[in-house]
Design a protein around this ligand. Sequence first.
Ligand code: 3HC
Length: 293
Amino acid sequence: MGRDFKTIGVIGLGTMGAGIAEVFARHGYAVVGVELNDETLARGREHLDHSTGRAVARGKLTAEDQAALLERITFTTEIGEVKAADLVIEAVVESPEVKKALFQQLDGIVREDAVIATNTSSLSVTELSTASSQPGRVIGVHFFNPAPVQNLVEVVRTVVTEPDVLDDVAGLVRAVGKNPVVCGDKAGFIANTLLFGYLNHAVAMYEGRYASREDIDAAMRFGCGYPMGPLALLDLIGLDTAYEILDTMYKQGRDRLHAPAPILKQMVTAGMLGRKSGRGFYTYEGPDSPVVV
Ligand code: 3HC
């Protein structure tokens, strides 16, 4: 008999963490959402209010269900509160040092049988697992942005992940209406390995002034049926995140397709991070406002 997950700890309530918290709370799970300080906690709560409010405005959620959903989430800056969790998912900054320190800290907090998961998109789950005293219970759960919408979760096993942990986590992913795909621990996993070569190529095309940003995006939307063009998608993902993912994949696989296009680094250095900073390949009024320039 598999684990009966009831309480999910989510550490880090940025774009991905808040989206992950929403997914579990929406499916009736108790969620403990942890942030570093009151300011980032307020931002995380705002993200959840906004996202669920939008669902209410679109008639997808009643106001009562929204209130019940938010009620299921405990917002806290006390990491010790995740001691009640059956599964803890970390979605903090993509830094091996920060994540490993967190895994060590969790050792002294969580139950011995709790599962520890990372939402990393580019770091080695195996390396992160070495910071835990229970590496067999460490696993990758890679959600896609926006997490409440995208139906894929990559479940990443390391060479030491216990088979029952893999089965139970894949079952949980199904229980929240997502499709799990299982893969090994290689930078990029399945989807980003395939997606980012394409995105990088679009950036190089734009950088070489081969076509306008609008025409590059229109080609893939109207010619290939993609919901967004590659440059608009990069703005959604965040150019800093995209750069890190490409850089890590390139260093690991040396596939030229993944050598980040130079302009990407320049835009990141200039603070053009995409939607979250208001400017990337396009300019935005707010995190989900229409393109204004
Ligand atoms: N949070 C919650 N819900 C959201 C949302 C968000 N940020 N953005 C959109 N939605 C919901 C809307 O409420 C709406 O829900 P409904 O159908 O139940 O009413 C639905 O999504 C469609 O939204 P819109 O009508 O506003 O807009 P679109 O139809 O243009 O869809 C999109 C927006 C879902 C972002 C769509 O364009 C899309 O799927 N784009 C591609 C996204 C993608 O490829 N993501 C993967 C990126 S790679 C990644 O995340 C990996 C990581 O490691 C970097």
